[in-house]
Design a protein around this ligand. Structure first.
Ligand SMILES: NC(=O)c1ccc[n+]([C@@H]2O[C@H](COP(=O)([O-])OP(=O)(O)OC[C@H]3O[C@@H](n4cnc5c(N)ncnc54)[C@H](OP(=O)(O)O)[C@@H]3O)[C@@H](O)[C@H]2O)c1
Length: 231
């Protein structure tokens, strides 16, 4: 089934790998990007791809993105939230670190919330709407001293459960994708795990693509994707 899918965070990393893979599979895309021109001359510079300016922290941006997607494609039946940020803010954060925490809530939690709310009527209309959310294993457990990021991702996981509950009777199926480290810019500062031992963005693109082939009775709510054993 050919879908029309709205994706955030597709300029690089996991979102980019997913977008390129879904385009190759024949899906039509709308990408919400901070700098749409950065994709000129790439495989995503394509007639089946709409690129729209989108800043996840701007409350008006979600409505604009949905409106422009509807204008161009007449609607959409999939939404994939990949935009996100990482700060390693600890529990006992320094004075002056509050803006980092606020950015985590704003981009990792309120961004997906607002965009889901704006997209809801169109997802509902399709009867087989799909939402995939790049949560993280940090939305399921807290490791080490990082506090702000996992708190934002636990909130995002709660949002996924609320979306699942709200959308079930209308055929909207939600998957919270929860990787540990993935070899992207976000994990470039990680020294304990070499990039080649991390989950690769292409593997998550494969999972995302496979999820879209499943019927309303078979979509898993949660996918934990570990690159190393966690017990
Ligand atoms: N990498 C990991 O180890 C890992 C593990 C688990 C979960 N995740 C989650 O997976 C998602 C994608 O991560 P990634 O590894 O692909 O990260 P990445 O390579 O750092 O890419 C982040 C993406 O989010 C976009 N973005 C950031 N802030 C934004 C904002 N304010 N408005 C709009 N877009 C914004 C970036 O756009 P620009 O290019 O414009 O900056 C970029 O496309 C994130 O939610 C992350 O938390 C990542």
């Amino acid at each position: 089934m050919r879908r029309t899918i709205l994706i955030t965070g597709a300029s690089r990393g996991i979102g980019r790998a997913i977008a390129e893979r879904l385009l190759r599979e024949g899906h039509r895309l709308s990408l919400g990007l901070r700098q749409p021109d950065r994709l000129v001359g790439t495989p995503l510079d394509h007639p089946d791809v709409l690129r729209v300016p989108y800043e996840a922290g701007d409350p008006a941006a979600a409505d604009e993105l949905v409106m422009k997607t509807e204008q161009r494609w007449g609607g959409f039946d999939g939404l994939i939230h990949c935009a996100g940020c990482l700060h390693r803010t600890p529990l006992l954060f320094d004075d002056g670190a509050e803006p980092e925490l606020e950015e985590l809530w704003k981009i990792n939690l309120m961004g997906p919330w607002r965009l889901t709310r704006a997209a809801w009527p169109l997802l509902k209309q399709s009867g087989e709407g799909r939402i995939q959310v790049l949560v993280s294993m940090s939305g399921k457990r807290v490791k080490g001293r990082m506090a702000g990021y996992p708190v934002s991702k636990f909130g995002l996981m709660a949002l996924c459960q609320a979306m699942r509950n709200e959308g079930w009777d209308d055929g909207i199926r939600v998957t919270a994708i929860c990787p540990s480290w993935v070899a992207t810019d976000m994990a470039s500062g990680v020294s304990k795990v070499p990039a080649e031992e991390m989950t690769q963005p292409a593997d998550l693109a494969e999972l995302s693509c496979s999820l879209l082939r499943l019927s309303n009775t078979a979509v898993p709510f949660e996918l934990a994707v570990n690159c190393a054993l966690e017990v």
